[in-house]
Design a binder for this molecule. Structure first.
Ligand code: NAI
Length: 251
């Protein structure tokens, strides 16, 4: 079975690292992002290293964009057998009473409606092939509340619910669906790349390993999950242990 992957939010951060990792393993990759120039840069890097990839501009919250994206991949490579729903936005960071309807809809559109749009379209096609691998990027904020992040937190919980339900519905057709829950990752969203700012220092001091993850570490987990056949509906936390202690005492 030819391996063809769609990786969303692949113009930067975790998605870009995942696209590069997959391409190195011989997978044909659609580098999907709303930021077309970024997606194009990632594709150029992949091609320079001998991999096969195409850039697709797509707003993952828009049905027409998602349908066009899938059609483009099918025309160029064939039916995608791997789907990484990774595109996501965090803010705006407001209290619940300050969040506007527009902000709420925006975060829900990008972070969870996108998972529906891609899965809805691709699951029947994967079923016909008898094979599919889906990984959805949630967050440790998909497991806990977080002041100022209600919409983000709600969508990331929803990603886990969606993951488990797809796993339960479609496992019998050779399709697996798993979630990854990063803690803090060195990306535009997670922290600054080039400087250890106060926020990063705080996160590192709260994390038992005293580190934050690199996008490559998350890409390794994505790769592991698409290589497995028996991991299905799993929620995989990679957070340096930040969620494993209450943070009150230290020794
Ligand atoms: P990033 O900001 O580096 O990359 C996200 C990419 O998504 C960007 O290239 C952006 O252009 C793209 N994107 C945004 N809106 C889009 C849209 N409507 N359609 C298509 N693409 C869109 O972020 P990062 O850190 O790589 O995040 C990837 C995923 O990991 C997100 O779902 C995020 O919620 C999740 N995550 C990140 C953490 C972190 O600390 N960086 C922690 C926990 C989860």
């Amino acid at each position: 079975m030819e391996k063809i992957a769609i990786v969303t939010g692949a113009g930067n951060g975790i998605g870009a690292a995942t696209a590069k990792k997959f391409a190195k393993a011989g997978i044909k990759v659609a580098v999907v992002d709303i930021a077309e120039d970024q997606a194009q840069k990632v594709v150029e890097e992949i091609k320079e290293s001998g991999g096969e990839a195409m850039a697709i501009r797509c707003d993952v919250s828009k049905k027409a964009d998602v349908e066009s994206c899938i059609t483009q991949v099918e025309s160029a490579y064939g039916v995608p057998t791997i789907l990484i729903n990774n595109a996501g936005i965090g803010g705006p960071f407001h209290r619940v009473d300050e969040v506007t309807e527009e902000e709420f809809d925006l975060v829900f559109g990008v972070n969870i409606k996108s998972v529906y749009l891609f899965a809805h379209n691709l699951l029947p096609k994967m079923k016909e092939l008898g094979f599919g691998r889906i990984v959805n990027t949630s967050s440790i904020q998909g497991m806990y509340g977080s002041p100022g992040s209600s919409s983000y937190v709600a969508t990331k919980h929803a990603v886990i619910g969606y993951t488990k339900t797809i796993a339960a519905e479609w496992g019998k057709y050779g399709i697996t669906c798993n979630a990854v829950c990063p803690g803090f990752v060195q990306t535009a969203m997670g922290a600054q790349d080039d400087e250890v700012d106060d926020y990063t220092k705080k996160v590192m001091s709260m994390t038992p390993t005293h580190t934050i993850a690199t996008p490559d570490e998350l890409a390794d987990m994505m790769f592991f999950l698409i290589e497995q056949g028996y991991m299905n509906g799993s929620v995989n936390v990679m957070d340096g242990g930040i969620t494993c202690h209450v943070g009150i005492m230290d020794v």
